[in-house]
Write a protein that binds this ligand. Structure first.
Ligand SMILES: *[C@@H]1O[C@H](CO)[C@@H](O)[C@H](O)[C@H]1NC(C)=O
Ligand SMILES: *[C@@H]1O[C@H](CO)[C@@H](O)[C@H](O)[C@H]1NC(C)=O
Ligand SMILES: *[C@@H]1O[C@H](CO)[C@@H](O)[C@H](O)[C@H]1NC(C)=O
Length: 297
């Protein structure tokens, strides 16, 4: 089986680059011919010229010999995946397509703007895949360790808080954390698994589900210190969102939706459309929040 991978950033690491070691590790001889692209370009074999998402011919050529296409394009390229869908449709032999997701479930979450449009763009891609009859898997996996844990959803932070902490509401809704490498491992395990065909693969490793309050308590225990809590209400957050710059706005909405609205966990997985990764692959020894935080102490 051949796997072609386009690239994305999940948090601070290149998801595409992480997927490749995971591919090479698969036991059934699965081969990946993909390299971390410098600028949204890709190639699938060292002998091949660089392909281009915006060039239909090169896309078709790249996709033809592969069985599985994993797209890991970034947030601004989500809609470019219509081009990928057209190429997949033309080639006709793709056994599984993973569109770029790696976030919260865009069909279940209902954030306010500007995140709302971002979710809608990904949902449109899902609907197009289904309409075109393309076998698929959607990977739903925020929050990634590297992006969320070092800063604990603190606006503008570059390190975990030591003195005070912006505390989201009552801190009760649960969020889900996954290490980037584990996201890659689970994704690659799913590529040819019939149990994940046409399903959303949710990554909900039981040891990595924390409410904001629990996360803060864990951090305080590790540093042996109680942080001063700056409690913000929903109204205050909504005001902060209004006042924020565009880039901050989107992240503030994401942080608000996850930690105050509990959008990652406020629904049950419907077995007719979703499966959970740590249940399907109990052999994966996933990294835990508990251990990961130690490096920042
Ligand atoms: C998922 O996390 C990334 C950072 O790791 C963030 O940029 C993105 O907006 C999040 N997506 C959703 C849908 O929560
Ligand atoms: C998987 O989904 C595609 C797109 O919706 C559909 O055409 C195909 O028949 C489905 N495959 C199975 C085995 O259900
Ligand atoms: C949202 O959370 C992320 C991850 O912890 C953090 O880096 C960012 O600064 C937060 N952004 C805002 C605007 O709250």
């Amino acid at each position: 089986m051949l796997i072609s991978i386009l690239v994305l950033k999940v948090g601070i690491v290149e998801m595409g680059a992480l997927l490749m070691p995971a591919v090479v590790l698969t036991p059934d001889g699965t081969l990946a011919h993909a390299f971390p692209p410098p600028d949204g370009k890709f190639h699938y074999d060292s002998d091949e010229p660089w392909g281009d998402l915006h060039d239909h011919e090169s896309l078709v050529k790249a996709i033809k010999p592969v069985d599985v296409v994993i797209s890991a394009v970034g947030r601004t390229e989500v809609e470019d995946q219509f081009k990928l869908i057209a190429a997949i449709k033309e080639v006709g032999n793709i056994k599984r397509f993973f569109p770029t997701e790696y976030g919260s479930n865009v069909d279940a979450g209902h954030p306010i703007e500007p995140a709302k449009s971002g979710y809608a763009r990904k949902a449109k891609i899902r609907r197009a895949i289904e309409a075109e009859g393309i076998p698929h898997t959607y990977v739903s996996c925020n929050c990634s360790f590297g992006f969320f844990l070092p800063t604990m959803a603190q606006p503008g932070a570059t390190a975990p808080p030591r003195e005070n902490i912006l505390f989201y509401g009552d801190g009760q809704p649960k969020a889900i954390f996954n290490k980037e490498e584990d996201i890659a491992t689970y994704t690659i395990k799913a590529v040819d698994d019939p149990r994940t065909l046409n399903k959303t693969l949710y990554l909900r490793p039981p040891k990595n589900i924390y409410s904001f309050k629990e996360l803060v308590a864990l951090w305080e225990k590790k540093i042996g210190k109680t942080l001063e809590k700056i409690y913000v209400t929903e109204d205050q957050i909504l005001q902060m969102i209004q006042d924020a710059s565009n880039e901050d706005k989107i992240m503030l909405v994401v942080n608000f939706s996850i930690f105050m609205k509990g959008e990652q966990t406020n629904f049950e997985i419907d077995p007719s459309s979703g499966v959970e990764a740590s249940e399907l692959y109990p052999d994966v020894d996933y990294a835990t929040v508990e251990e990961y935080l130690d490096q920042f102490v």
